[in-house]
Ligand binder design. Structure first.
Ligand SMILES: NC(=O)c1ccc[n+]([C@@H]2O[C@H](COP(=O)([O-])OP(=O)(O)OC[C@H]3O[C@@H](n4cnc5c(N)ncnc54)[C@H](OP(=O)(O)O)[C@@H]3O)[C@@H](O)[C@H]2O)c1
Length: 247
């Protein structure tokens, strides 16, 4: 999800890789008014920190803060999505544990590592990354769905705790988007093209600067099944349409 953010660290010269988590440039060249300092932890920036290693996260955070003392946006977005079959005893626990460590414990540790710094800024934002699957389960990825539901609750809870402080919590709720998240996902016709997704979220952020959940139109089908009262149909349709569920 970072192609347009210009954070493809691996294509940069070695000298630029010392701290490629941070880009002192606008989020998008078409949107120069976006925050000047953007911290993108993980996506496309492999090697800067290991999301499953608490010490690596703390070290990366300390280095970033030392080099960019005005940093005021944190986007903990590293994630993995693995298929599991819980009807096959012994087959899924390793993937389940890795998913919780990467998708849930990782963001918790990242936020913790940056919290003191963010609270000291005049204005700061934490943008969490959940998923439409936080709200309707894909049969083949139980632990992934659970970690994203947990990220949603964490975001809501932190927003309550930070009310009255300078820190805002914004939750990005992507639908299925064509990225490398899973093998074949980039070509999945059910998934939203990445450029379209980025265009829509940038427009939403511009139009609604105080938004708390960034939801493109496509994700509302999953996001509001319970509120609409058609959750059973949503779950059935999701698991019928998605190529992964059919595998
Ligand atoms: N694409 C979708 O359909 C979709 C939908 C809803 C939510 N999301 C969420 O969006 C976020 C970004 O995913 P994406 O779609 O952009 O997939 P992606 O292209 O696979 O990006 C995932 C990123 O996480 C990094 N990462 C994974 N494990 C890590 C670890 N242990 N330590 C450090 N970095 C690690 C990967 O780094 P490496 O490249 O070095 O492995 C990669 O850059 C994830 O939280 C995902 O759950 C995606």
């Amino acid at each position: 999800m970072c192609t347009r953010h210009g954070v493809e660290a691996r294509s940069e010269p070695e000298s630029a890789l010392r701290c490629p988590l941070v880009r002192s440039e606008p989020l998008s060249p078409e949107h120069p008014e976006q925050p000047e300092l953007l911290l993108v932890l993980a996506a496309g920036c492999g090697g800067q920190h290991e999301q499953t290693d608490a010490a690596s996260i703390t070290d990366a955070a300390n280095e970033v803060i030392a080099r960019h003392p005005d940093l005021n946006v944190l986007i903990p977005m590293a994630g993995i999505m693995r298929m599991e079959d819980w009807t096959e005893p012994g087959s899924f626990l390793q993937n389940a544990e890795a998913t919780v460590t990467t998708n849930l414990l990782g963001p918790i540790r990242l936020i913790s590592a940056f919290m003191e710094h963010l609270l000291a800024q005049p204005d700061a934002t934490i943008m969490t990354v959940s998923s439409g699957l936080a709200f309707a389960p894909l049969r083949v990825t139980p632990t992934y769905n659970a970690t994203k539901a947990a990220i949603h609750q964490l975001s809501e809870s932190l927003r309550l705790q930070f009310a009255g402080t300078n820190v805002s919590v914004v939750e990005l709720v992507p639908p299925s988007v064509q990225t490398k998240l899973m093998p074949g996902h980039q070509d999945d016709p059910f998934a939203m093209p990445l450029d379209e997704y980025i265009d829509e979220i940038m427009a939403l952020l511009e139009a609604q600067p105080d938004v708390t959940e960034v939801q493109v139109e496509r994700v509302k089908f999953l996001r509001y099944g319970e509120a609409r009262g058609d959750q059973a149909q949503v779950i059935a349709a999701l698991n019928r349409m998605d190529a992964l569920a059919a595998s």
